[in-house]
Design a protein around this ligand. Structure first.
Ligand code: NAP
Length: 243
């Protein structure tokens, strides 16, 4: 790793889209920090990337344990001094989530805690390190299910996917994207919400139209945006997603 090698933290990078984002970023020459809550799964992910000659390490990050988030920021500060890319990928669904008339409120709370509050905590903890990079990029892994417009559009394929906890968590994440982009407007830091598409992972029970390789492409593209980068957008492979 040289002084100019970009450094990325990808949360929830031990499997699924997160691991593939880590792989594709490392293939682009970025040194990748696998943020994962389980040390065994984190080590396995690092071993997988390292065996392919890719630069990676792991640091414990549990979005539900904000002390682990603060400790991760401190480790990155001491070992790397800055952060060029933050990919807020970690996220959950919950079997007890469902439509507003049936979802267990506790399930909605669990999802909101991880997908929104946890991501907010990670972003705040990493911001001082992102400010030290010349042009940092934040990518929030959102979903078309977080679009208020599509949830209310009977013609949308997402209209009938009523998961009040999950969909609300991604709408809240989108609010973070909008507000943070505005707060950081006068800085070189760029923040966007990116929807990976419907991807075959544990989260979807391996249903979906896309492989993880395909689903990671757009988040990686937004993590590597150049000088003329847009900020505060909500995008999917086909273009902009309505909020
Ligand atoms: P996945 O295969 O289930 O992976 C989720 C990752 O998040 C795992 O590494 C998991 O770690 C981690 N994670 C969960 N809770 C965490 C916590 N509290 N702290 C730290 N890490 C945590 O899911 P995926 O499909 O790759 O999803 C990745 C992201 O894309 C999520 O934000 C999801 O909402 C979003 N997304 C996915 C799809 C899709 O079709 N798959 C579509 C739109 C958006 P463990 O292994 O420890 O559980």
């Amino acid at each position: 790793m040289t002084e100019t090698t970009r450094i990325a933290l990808v949360t929830g990078a031990n499997k699924g889209i997160g691991l593939e984002i880590a792989r594709q970023l490392a293939q682009a020459g970025v040194f990748v920090i696998i943020g994962a809550r389980d040390p065994g799964r984190a080590s396995a992910a690092v071993a997988e990337l390292s065996s392919a000659g890719l630069g990676a390490r792991s640091i414990p990050v549990d979005l539900d344990d904000h002390a682990s988030v603060a400790a991760a920021a401190e480790t990155i500060r001491v070992d790397h001094g800055r952060l060029d890319i933050l990919v807020n990928n970690a996220g959950i669904v919950d079997a007890k989530d469902g439509p507003p008339t049936a979802s267990a409120p506790e399930a909605a709370r669990r999802i909101m805690d991880t997908n929104f509050i946890g991501t907010l905590a990670v972003t705040q903890a990493m911001l001082p390190l992102l400010r030290r990079a010349p042009a940092a990029r934040i990518v929030n892994l959102s979903s078309s299910l977080g679009s208020l417009t599509l949830n209310g559009d009977p013609a949308s394929p997402y209209y009938s996917a009523r998961l009040i906890g999950y969909n609300a968590s991604k709408a809240a994440l989108n609010m973070l994207t909008v507000q943070l982009a505005e707060e950081l407007r006068d800085t070189p830091i760029v923040v966007n919400s990116v929807s990976p598409g419907y991807v075959k992972t544990d989260l979807t029970g391996h249903n979906g139209f896309l492989t993880v390789e395909e689903g990671a492409k757009l988040p990686v593209e937004y993590a590597l945006l150049g000088d003329d980068a847009v900020s505060g957008r909500f995008v999917e492979a086909s273009g902009e997603t309505p909020w």
